[in-house]
Write a protein that binds this ligand. Structure first.
Ligand code: 13P
Ligand code: SF4
Length: 365
């Protein structure tokens, strides 16, 4: 039986304990009709309710395989969009707080990417020569753009394979929105730094010369993650001075110099795996979001491993942090009462093209 939708304000005043209890009771009522997916950056008081945890690639694969009616995505907006695009039409993707966006994803938009494509067309034929590659941290209409232009999506765990796929088809890549992931991946493939140029969407021809565009193998969008740009080479240098035997591991959204000075670079899932598989007693400096690092530190502590956060200042993904127990309780209780709130629904024409680019990624990785 459907009851009237309760406004979120009623839940906003709940204490954390009350919210936790209401989440548990709503989950019991929903049973297998709802699945809760949590990204590794999710705060602990929400993460504990996850049915499935993972990095962006794992979560998109598992969202596509889920049988649940409701896919409740405790992540950020683009992740819930991917779940909507890849799930069956009758399934419903939910983002508990619609304000949980990704500031990096917002650094590229369709109008600017289309303008970039048009400006590039004045220099060369982009549809012949350039594969557009969008990091999964992007809006669905950019994934659709890639689907429509022979392009593809990548995540931080498959970017190497995706660039190989792209270069098999066309000579160059336009990589957006994260310049750091694009640069690091290109570097790992042996592409010289001077053959990777940065396209500034606010400048005519991206601020590049015709010659620079003709010579470039990868055109990197001028985007970055505000969380990962907090990590500085000095943080690694201090750590290495203090702990010469310590190991450093970073996410590829970190700046080039951080990745270069790290012992390992990988997606959130890879960071967790490598630290868990390391020898007892290893000391790690980890360059990625704080919620993940704190959880990992607590998990491996019994084996004598020490996990330290790379920055002396707090760097959380403040947008993902918006999904709190109060929002989760509100969404789940509303669903259990028969009311769908905060549905993420990608328009059908966009979803069809975005799905092409996502499916290319899933089969290429
Ligand atoms: P992962 O794909 O490694 O989970 O990274 C997603 C993300 O947004 C990191 O900032
Ligand atoms: Fe976006 Fe950065 Fe948050 Fe990842 S950590 S979701 S890139 S803002």
């Amino acid at each position: 039986m459907q009851v009237a939708t309760v406004h979120f304000d009623i839940f906003n005043g709940l204490s954390d304990d009350e919210a936790q209890g209401r989440i548990r009771r709503a989950r019991d009522r929903l049973g297998k009709r709802a699945v809760i997916l949590c990204h590794h950056y999710q705060r602990a008081d929400v993460f504990r309710h996850a049915d499935i945890t993972g990095d962006s690639l794992r979560l998109s694969r598992l969202a596509a395989q889920s049988d649940a009616d409701y896919i409740v995505f405790c992540g950020v907006h683009f992740m819930a969009e991917v779940a909507d695009v890849l799930s069956r039409p009758e399934q419903v993707a939910i983002l508990p707080d619609l304000a949980a966006g990704c500031s990096m994803a917002d650094m590229a938009n369709l109008a600017k990417v289309e303008r970039c494509w048009r400006e590039l067309a004045a220099v060369l034929d982009p549809d012949e020569l350039i594969t557009p590659v969008t990091y999964i941290n992007s809006a669905a209409d950019l994934k659709a753009f890639c689907g429509d232009h022979g392009g593809i999506v990548c995540t931080s765990s498959n970017a190497g394979k995706i660039l190989e796929w792209s270069f098999k088809r066309r000579q160059k890549v336009l990589f957006f929105p994260d310049q750091h992931l694009g640069r690091w991946t290109g570097h790992q493939m042996g592409i010289p730094l001077d053959e990777m140029v940065v396209w500034n969407p606010d400048l005519e021809l991206g601020g590049l010369t015709v010659d620079e565009i003709r010579r470039a193998r990868i055109i990197l969008w001028h985007g970055y993650c505000s969380v990962h740009q907090m990590f500085q080479p000095a943080h690694i240098e201090n750590f290495r001075r203090q702990f010469p035997d310590g190991k450093v591991i970073s996410h590829p959204e970190c700046a080039f110099e951080i990745c270069r000075q790290s012992d390992a670079v990988g997606s959130t899932e890879t960071i967790i795996r490598i630290v868990k598989e390391s020898a007892p007693g290893t000391r790690w400096l980890v360059g990625t979001e704080l919620n993940l690092v704190e959880r990992l530190a607590a998990e491996v502590k019994p084996e004598g491993k020490i996990v330290q956060f790379m920055s002396p200042t707090v760097c959380m993904c403040s947008t993902m942090q918006r999904i709190d127990p109060q929002h989760l309780a509100w969404c789940l209780e509303s669903l259990a009462d028969g009311n769908i709130v905060n549905r993420i629904s990608v328009p059908a024409h966009e979803a069809a093209s975005a799905k092409i680019a996502l499916e290319r990624m899933l089969s290429a990785s």
